[in-house]
Design a protein around this ligand. Structure first.
Ligand code: ZN
Length: 309
């Protein structure tokens, strides 16, 4: 769909003047989208024929932000991480990396609109934070207004305007067709006493660290999907309280696809969840819990709903 063709857009009411919520949203979303194209690529003038994602992906991302500003709980079609899961876990032979010439991509909508928009949304909300992301994104737009940016110009501007090393993020989301699937492989719970027994004689350097009131959670994680992401955890304790831990993606830097880390708390945890707020588009959440828990599939949920009636 091209911007001047906005006059042919749908959104017509029924003959009696009524219209469904879906029609209304469809119309508002397309108007927001086409107006956005005044900026990407009409002013920040990337080459749509080479790299469709540079205008459609960035514009779909801006569309998502605008829709959320426009109305509380606006049901955006693209942007929320969970919406890209079905595409990313699909048959890899039919998923090209975003960084593929636009003549050669499968699934145009998911590849050039949905996935880059979702990636930027995740980058803003869960990796960089809104303030830093927005500063860098504006800087890119201002630097490249009335010029012809290529993908490298976008990647470079986002990094040097924010002082954030995002090579790992561009590589995973833009240069591969990997998906996100992190798992909790193992949790060893040790008490101070366990550690003292293990060490026999506790080295002086560890004396302050090892005490009887502390629980030590030695956790092993695995990157099954290949796409590197930060590790977001929620520990729930016996007294019902919860603590969040957010470990930057750099934890994977030297470790390959498995990594271990020790967490210490004065309370006993009853459960640990990985990506508890579904921020990362993790395609398999069944391996995200300790102790393991069954996660209902959409089909099971539907069956239960159906047989209840
Ligand atoms: Zn468009």
């Amino acid at each position: 769909m091209e911007y001047p063709m906005i006059c042919f857009n749908g959104g017509r009411p029924n003959p009696d003047g009524t219209f469904s919520d879906r029609t209304r949203r469809g119309m508002i979303s397309v108007i927001i989208h086409e107006v956005g194209h005044n900026f990407f690529p009409m002013i920040i003038n990337s080459d749509e024929r080479q790299w469709t994602w540079m205008d459609e992906g960035l514009n779909t991302f801006c569309q998502y932000l605008t829709e959320q500003e426009f109305e509380e709980d606006y049901k955006s079609r693209r942007g929320p991480p969970y919406k890209i899961i079905d595409y990313m876990k699909g048959e890899k032979n039919f998923i090209s990396p975003i960084m593929t010439n636009s003549e050669s991509i499968f699934q145009f909508g998911n590849n050039a609109y949905g996935k880059p928009a979702t990636a930027l949304n995740i980058l803003r909300e869960s990796v960089m934070g809104r303030e830093l992301f927005d500063y860098a994104f504006r800087e890119y737009a201002q630097r490249w207004a009335f010029k012809h940016p290529s993908p490298a110009d976008f990647f470079r501007s986002m990094e040097d305007a924010s002082s954030f090393d995002l090579d790992w993020f561009w590589r995973g989301w833009f240069f591969t067709n990997d998906h996100v699937d992190l798992s909790i492989n193992e949790v060893n719970v040790l008490t101070g006493e366990d550690l003292k027994n293990k060490f026999k004689k506790v080295p002086d350097a560890f004396k302050d660290f090892i005490n009887d009131e502390t629980y030590y959670y030695e956790m092993t994680f695995e990157n099954i999907g290949g796409l590197v992401m930060p590790i977001f955890l929620e520990f729930e304790f016996e007294d019902g309280s919860k603590v969040e831990q957010r470990i930057p993606a750099e934890i994977w830097r030297m470790t390959g696809d498995k990594v271990s880390k020790v967490f210490t708390f004065e309370k006993k945890a009853v459960s640990i969840s990985l990506d508890p707020k579904f921020e990362t588009a993790d395609v398999d959440v069944e391996n995200n819990y300790w102790p393991k828990k069954m996660v209902k599939s959409k089909f099971q949920e539907f069956e239960e709903l159906r047989t209840k009636k």
